[in-house]
Design a protein around this ligand. Structure first.
Ligand SMILES: Cc1cc2nc3c(=O)[nH]c(=O)nc-3n(C[C@H](O)[C@H](O)[C@H](O)COP(=O)(O)O)c2cc1C
Length: 445
């Protein structure tokens, strides 16, 4: 309606200025009708402050479309809000919840807000360089996509959409062991930086087979997640009635009925499940709560020997994810891992854990390895805060799913652009031409 109103206003102005000689005001209804058909066909969009012109040609259409999206979703919170209205409630509870009272989840936000960076003036005009290096490779942007189990439940075909988006932007995409797509499913759309995240299988045969499948599908980096030694309780998810695979009770069906775009996509593709595990779980009870799903039946709580075993079994960069203690980072460095991934799993595992940004300086001081960082990142400024505090690369989990929920297939590319602009704007304030020029952080508040 907003689009149509703006266009009507513009046409009305044009007719008053005599832009359609000889036709006068009576011509308005027919031309308005024609133009509105264009609006619905996606040919014309408006920007934040009104109509910005016809979008003829691919480049113009892209530019005008981007302006329209920017007007509607200037921040991640807008994408989150829109996603919530398009994803069924029980799925939303899975995506958005933390564990316990969600204190850790909120602490991530508060602690990031407390990181100050001093602006610097009089640097003249410049375009900031957002590129960085990791594992000897160049990355155009300092962020990527963290592993998320059952992404395909949040939005139809999410894993492939995210892998494609990452490939286009040159970002890393991390596929979870418990994703709704297998390594083979995403192989055709993987880009240069494909990472495979492993929940540690107990059975060495399954372990070897998973590594073989990941390597064969094109994954070059292995991530072992160690902050799920036992299943987290996640009370909000339990309350929502979600099981794995999702069992559509009348209560859940009613929620699905209110989200037609999600429902149509799922109807086309079938209810998602953990596809990589199909090969190993023929006899398992598959209707388990998400907090005790089949993935848990296969996995063990890894120890230091397990890390050594995996390091020796994998050719390529090997990352350990879910580290918060400095002494653990030092010991992992001694074992020869290639990077430490600081994470509290977005506050989903342990509600007395510190915010990741709080432990980052100690971990940085304790080891010389590259540090990958996540949990609570909501925009370019957060990315700069973490980089300035000692991280080398930033990952996000929920944000990509908010983008998918809000915009479907267009979501990942749109979020990349939002983050790129946010980074550039904030680097301008800091006078930072490259990510190496960030100032030392200080504590606000
Ligand atoms: C719905 C959901 C599922 C997740 N599944 C996994 C997983 O399968 N493996 C894993 O290592 N981390 C998993 N994570 C944690 C993410 O990889 C990442 O650490 C976290 O989402 C980062 O915080 P952010 O969402 O605030 O960016 C999951 C997170 C969410 C929100």
């Amino acid at each position: 309606m907003f689009f149509a109103s703006c266009k009507a206003l513009e046409l009305w102005q044009r007719s008053r200025e005599g832009a359609a000689p000889g036709r006068g005001k009576r011509a308005l209804p027919r031309s308005l009708f024609r133009e509105m058909k264009g609006i619905w066909a996606g040919q014309i969009r408006v920007g934040a402050f009104g109509y910005v012109g016809s979008c003829q040609g691919a480049e113009n259409a892209r530019r005008c479309g981007a302006m329209s999206l920017e007007a509607r979703y200037p921040a991640l919170s807008d994408l989150r809000h829109a996603a919530r209205r398009r994803i069924p409630h029980f799925v939303w509870e899975y995506l958005d919840s933390g564990t316990g009272a969600e204190a850790t989840r909120h602490r991530n936000r508060t602690a990031l807000d407390n990181v100050g960076l001093m602006p610097s003036v009089l640097h003249g005009e410049f375009t900031p360089d957002l590129s960085t290096q990791l594992f000897g490779a160049d990355f155009p942007l300092p962020f990527g996509i963290a592993p998320v189990g059952m992404s395909g439940l949040m939005w139809p075909d999410a894993e492939r959409l995210l892998a494609k988006g990452a490939a286009t932007a040159g970002m890393p995409y991390t596929l979870s062991t418990v994703a709704a797509a297998s390594p083979e499913d995403v192989a055709p759309v993987l880009g240069e930086h494909a990472w495979f995240q492993m929940y540690p299988p107990r059975d060495p045969e399954i372990r070897r087979d998973m590594l073989r499948r990941a390597k064969q599908a094109g994954f070059g980096t292995l991530v072992l997640t160690v902050d799920v030694p036992v299943a987290s309780r996640r009370e909000r998810q339990t309350r929502s009635g979600l099981t794995n695979p999702p069992k559509l009770t009348p209560r859940l069906l009613a929620q699905v009925a209110m989200r037609p775009a999600w429902a149509m996509g799922m109807a086309q593709r079938g209810m998602p499940h953990m596809r990589m595990l199909d090969a190993y779980t023929q006899n398992a009870d598959k209707n388990l709560p998400v907090t005790a799903h089949v993935g848990y039946l296969l996995r063990t709580s890894p120890d230091w020997d397990y890390v050594e075993w995996l390091r020796d079994a994998w050719e390529g960069p090997f990352v350990v994810k879910g580290v918060l203690r400095a002494e653990d980072a030092t010991r992992l460095e001694g074992l020869g891992v290639d990077a430490i991934w600081i994470s509290n799993h977005a506050g989903r595992q342990f509600d007395a854990a510190p915010a990741t940004i709080e432990v980052l300086p100690d971990v940085r001081a304790a080891c010389a390895l590259p540090i990958i960082f996540d949990s609570g990142i909501e925009g370019g400024l957060d990315i700069l805060r973490a980089l300035a505090s000692g991280a080398d690369f930033i990952m996000m989990g929920r944000a990509w799913h908010y983008a998918l929920g809000a915009l479907g297939a267009e979501g990942p590319a749109y979020l990349v652009e939002m983050l790129r602009k946010d980074l550039a704007a904030n680097m301008g304030q800091l006078g930072a031409r490259t990510l190496r020029d960030l100032p030392a952080p200080f504590t606000l508040a």
